[in-house]
Design a protein. Structure first.
Lengths: 114, 112
């Protein structure tokens, strides 16, 4: 079964450093998402992306965050200058709306900012 | 605004007994509702979804959920729990075209 893959699975970074989280969505999907889950809190929507542009973003997704689809397969989330409160599990997801209303998630990238 | 409330943060059952995980939603129109499961150190896996077709939805691994508009509920059930069902379960509502709104999650513990 096709799946969304994410790298790295774990990353520890120092406060103020830039981080890039990578995702390979399912190959025929056109809609892409990032969600995050801070330890002990709900899974929260960050951003949705379609046709090479952001279609919706949450108030969490401020100027420190950016997304990009640099080639035909990867979808990245960049955090420009990490803060302690960015420590969370980040989930990438993708969707093919032509075949049902289902969003498929990756296994997540656990980011720890120290 | 759409939201979901999972009524139990933890549920503990014995292996072979029924599972009931409760979810209530609020939505200004007919929602799309989902249950996702997260096993330890794993991603979010779709169990089942409701998108205004049949009100009783069957999912993977023997789980099912019933959409009850009058009660604004979408409870997840399974007739007989298995040890492998131990995980965290999320009730989710889809807001508009894009965003999923997650409940707080219910941790299911299965005792042998």
């Amino acid at each position: 079964e096709p799946e969304v893959t994410q790298t790295p699975s774990h990353q520890v970074t120092q406060m103020g450093q830039e981080v890039i989280l990578r995702c390979v969505p399912i190959s025929n999907h056109l809609y892409f998402y990032w969600y995050r889950q801070i330890l002990g809190q709900k899974v929260e929507f960050l951003v949705s992306f379609y046709n090479n542009e952001i279609s919706e973003k949450s108030e969490i997704f401020d100027d420190q965050f950016s997304v990009e689809r640099p080639d035909g397969s990867n979808f990245t989330l960049k955090i420009r200058s990490t803060k302690l409160e960015d420590s969370a599990m980040y989930f990438c997801a993708s969707e093919d709306r032509s075949s049902g209303n289902t969003i498929y998630f990756g296994e997540g990238s656990w980011l720890t900012v120290v | 605004a759409q939201s979901v409330t999972q009524l139990d943060s933890h549920v503990s059952v014995s292996e072979g007994t029924p599972v009931l995980l409760r979810c209530n939603y609020s939505s200004s129109y007919s929602p799309s509702l989902f249950w996702y499961v997260q096993h330890p150190n794993k991603g979010l896996q779709l169990l089942l979804k409701y998108t205004s077709a049949a009100t009783l939805v069957k999912g993977i691994n023997g789980f099912e959920a019933e959409f009850k508009k009058s009660e604004t509920s979408f409870h997840l059930t399974k007739p007989s729990a298995h040890m492998s069902d131990a995980a965290e379960y999320f009730c989710v509502v889809r807001r508009g075209g894009n965003k999923l709104v997650f409940g707080a999650g219910t941790i299911l513990r299965v005792k042998s």
